[in-house]
Design a protein around this ligand. Sequence first.
Ligand SMILES: Cc1cc2nc3c(=O)[nH]c(=O)nc-3n(C[C@H](O)[C@H](O)[C@H](O)COP(=O)(O)OP(=O)(O)OC[C@H]3O[C@@H](n4cnc5c(N)ncnc54)[C@H](O)[C@@H]3O)c2cc1C
Ligand code: FES
Length: 281
Amino acid sequence: MTENPYQPSLATIEKIKVEVTGERAIKTFRLVMQDENVQKEFSFVPGQCVMISRLGKGESMFAISSSPTEKDYLEVSVMKQGKNTSALHEAEEGDTVGVRGPYGNHFDVEGWKNKNIVFIGGGIGMAPLRSIVNYTLATKNRDQYGNLDIIYGARTSNDLCFKDEFAELRLRDDVNVHLSIDVVEEGWKHFVGFVPSNLLKVNPPSENTIAITCGPPIMIKFVIQNLLELGYKDEQIYTTLEMRMKCGVGICGRCNIGNLYVCKDGPVFSNAQLKNLEGDM
Ligand SMILES: Cc1cc2nc3c(=O)[nH]c(=O)nc-3n(C[C@H](O)[C@H](O)[C@H](O)COP(=O)(O)OP(=O)(O)OC[C@H]3O[C@@H](n4cnc5c(N)ncnc54)[C@H](O)[C@@H]3O)c2cc1C
Ligand code: FES
């Protein structure tokens, strides 16, 4: 990438996939760097983020939702919120965006080898989890991890991201998918209720297991409470923080908690680390 930390590289939107329609619309953008060498050199680890700009509209941080095993592109999954995300949702295939990054720390995919992993997501919070799910399921990596369980929910079936991908995962016997929606819908065959309740129902054993949770703050709070109830230790529980960010590189001070910058020292933290930070939040 370029030496000026604020200078984006240009990427082309190669593919746009509509994940969720309506009020809480989500689209996945497949981006390819316009400079072949930049694309070749672009490497990241699941959990890391990028700043994406739509020229003249603004810049926002997004988790990379594709797996680093896909070398030819990166993907971000974006929920329409305000100015920049709306401008992204209006973009078309072939349009140009700016990309800075990758930024931040990441999930410890090396340190978690030989462990079971439980992925617990809500709504757009599945975006960073999709990266590590697909990384651990990649043919060259799968036998390096134990049991993989995905517990994922959204308000309605329309609000579930990556629906067709989950349908494919449900056909595999080396990963368990547990979907939920908040309220009853005709034809829904999976769990009805909030994600933390589905977690208790699935009851994934805590021994030799890492739990990663991403989603709305209220969901994360009750997921962590329930994981502790199921016998997980603070060191086995990981989440990502989504503080407001501006520079993304530890310069502006927009995202600090105490003396930590979430953009640089995070966004991935264990519950043990979060407990230490509690006084500063
Ligand atoms: C580390 C990190 C990872 C993220 N990953 C993703 C992702 O994978 N997919 C995704 O859709 N979004 C993600 N976000 C949130 C995304 O950056 C914001 O939604 C986006 O910046 C909003 O920009 P905007 O100009 O459209 O909205 P604005 O016009 O700035 O604001 C519109 C609304 O969005 C809210 N908002 C703005 N910024 C944030 C923020 N950082 N966190 C929560 N609410 C915010 C505002 O309160 C307001 O209600 C992430 C944020 C961070 C910090
Ligand atoms: S966003 Fe500027 S210091 Fe983190």
